[in-house]
Ligand binder design. Sequence first.
Ligand SMILES: [Zn+2]
Length: 423
Amino acid sequence: MSNVETTRIADLLAGLAKFGATEKGGVTRLGYSEEDRAAQNWLLDQVKDLNLAVREDAVGNLFLRKEGTDPSLPAVAMGSHLDTVIEGGAYDGMVGVVAALEVVRLLEGKELKRALEVIVFRAEESSRFGFATMGSKFMAGKGDVEQFSTAGRKDDISFKEALTKWGCDPAKYKDAIIQKGAYDSFWEIHIEQGKVLEETNTTLGIVHNIAAPTRFKIIVEGLADHSGATPMGFRKDALVSAAKLILAVEEAATAEKENGTVATVGVVDVEPGSINVVPGQVTLWVDLRGVNETSIATALQSIHDAVKDVVDNDKVEVTMQMLTADKPVALSEDLAQLLENVCLEHGMVLDDSILPADGVKFMHMNSGAGHDAMHMADLVPTSMLFVPCRGGISHNPAEHAEVEDIKMGIDIMAEAVFIRANA
Ligand SMILES: [Zn+2]
């Protein structure tokens, strides 16, 4: 399938991918960078013919607005981000921005009571300043310039300096806060960044919940000893005890897999880290996440129980240090229902099995990754649509989504936005 619309979507995505393009075929376009600005300027140029009113808020979030016939009504908003991780791909974020603009184009000439507003959130990725979804956090009143200036890449300027360079006054960041109900609704299309849709041959996923990470360190204190002179029965090997805890973390999440809970030990620090010394101290960095708070608590309790067993049996000391414990976010069930109705009207089939269906499939699902939509959900009814990405690969130059799938998402979202814009 190729027509004017799919060609335009593909061209916009390919055009954006040139800004920050790397030798490895990826994209490095960090938030608030010159590439970020150049990509945005290019995109604005591409959609000039839509005659949208353009403004930036106090932290550089971009708003493109098309007025409706009744200016007293809150607008329907859509959007995503243009920044990428280091050596990222050409779809994460960009799909949502291009889709939102395409929805505006599809609805051109139709009478809408409410205005439409496309939002480009700044710095969704944590790759430059160590904090994710910065632009939407500021809008939701959860951003803090001082705090955001405490981390970041060592070879780079601080967030405060970057904000100034972008043309914003860091002292005025609170002007970016929007009120609850400022919009009728917010919609974001995003690549799934997982492989559920692809493996089930499903074209669209209606997102209900966004998982939140609970992150903590488990520090195991044993005793560093000579690896030759210390007999097996006389050791307090911190790594052996830590290995039991890694398995316990896996078991804790596996026992909760029906509820979508997952857990990962992504980093293991071993001290002193020498081949001839029994490990004296090990730090495990654990990421536990899910969409069900009770399930997350259950998994966390099993990990606590395993720690107690290891302390009792191995005579080592173990401490757990909480890093973050965010709450999962529930998106709007009303908007999800509206999306389901629209999908069914378009002849799509609701089916989450791996079996082929007689028609284009859609399903209900949750998001394991965080998005700007989770902060918008604090403020206004919010919904997300996922499109498949090849192999579930994301944050990687190999990231790829089919333009036909994106187009399907755009058609469905346009219909839902049209209904809300006249409600
Ligand atoms: Zn993203």
